[in-house]
Ligand binder design. Structure first.
Ligand SMILES: Nc1nc2c(ncn2[C@@H]2O[C@H](COP(=O)(O)OP(=O)(O)OP(=O)(O)O)[C@@H](O)[C@H]2O)c(=O)[nH]1
Ligand SMILES: [Zn+2]
Length: 219
């Protein structure tokens, strides 16, 4: 299978030169047409979309899908809200166990997992919650786990120009659990290492040790 990006374009107005991908077709389809398409799907599945329980389902499905892909309409500038601060810190900052809910682009089924994100500052730090928000922005798109992982790393690298960034995503793909090969226990780990995390084995190892360490608290 090849992954083609020929039908995608950059979101107008996205700053930071980080591409946000949307389909060409998106603005040309009305909500009514989307609702009608879900109705067609239900009929194709042998259902009666006019029965009481399903009457509002197409509308709900469109609303849910729009929420689950709302990351297409966010920009880094907007979500950062200026929360990048000058600071002389130069030790590793790690935010781990960030819950992720994404959707696989092959089946539009959930990818459930978590991200661990670390960086070593180089004169600038970012509001901690913004790291989780960046993860969410890229998760709320149709994704493959590898690209999601790389986008998080590249966003931080672009914003902070740190000494390095490391991102690990661990996730279970419902398309491998509920259908297809049906392997409920399986999960996939992907990493994206930039700067010193890619170049220096000791720094990388410190990060790997920290994400494996069980914290003494659990909130
Ligand atoms: N690399 C990668 N593959 C993914 C991801 N999400 C889903 N896939 C895989 O994409 C592939 C699509 O393969 P196809 O053979 O075209 O689709 P399929 O017939 O539904 O495949 P099966 O899942 O094996 O039944 C599958 O192997 C999925 O497991 C992801 O995030 N990264
Ligand atoms: Zn899938």
């Amino acid at each position: 299978m090849t992954f083609t990006q020929s039908s995608i374009k950059k979101t107008v107005g996205e700053k930071n030169q980080l591409p946000s991908l949307v389909t060409e077709a998106q603005p040309q389809v009305s909500e009514a047409e989307m609702i009608e398409a879900v109705k067609t799907l239900l009929i194709g599945l042998g259902e009666n979309p006019d029965r009481e329980g399903l009457k509002d389902t197409p509308k709900r499905v469109v609303k849910a899908l729009k929420f689950l892909t709302s990351g297409y309409h966010q920009s880094l500038d907007e979500l950062l809200n200026g929360a990048v601060f000058h600071e002389n810190a130069d030790e590793m900052v790690l935010v781990r166990d960030i819950d992720l809910f994404s959707s696989c682009e092959h089946h539009i089924l959930p990818i459930l997992g978590r991200a661990h994100v670390a960086y070593i500052p180089n004169g600038k730090v970012i509001g901690l919650s913004k790291i989780a928000r960046i993860c969410e922005m890229y998760a709320r798109r149709l994704q493959v786990q590898e690209r999601l992982t790389a986008q998080i790393a590249d966003a931080l690298q672009g914003l902070l120009k740190p000494q390095g960034v490391a991102v690990v995503v661990e996730a279970s793909h419902m398309c491998m659990v509920m259908r297809g090969v049906q392997k409920p226990g399986s999960w996939t780990s992907t990493s994206a290492l930039r700067g010193v995390f890619a170049d220096d084995a000791k720094t990388r190892q410190e990060f790997m040790n920290l994400i494996q360490h069980r914290p003494r608290f659990n909130n």
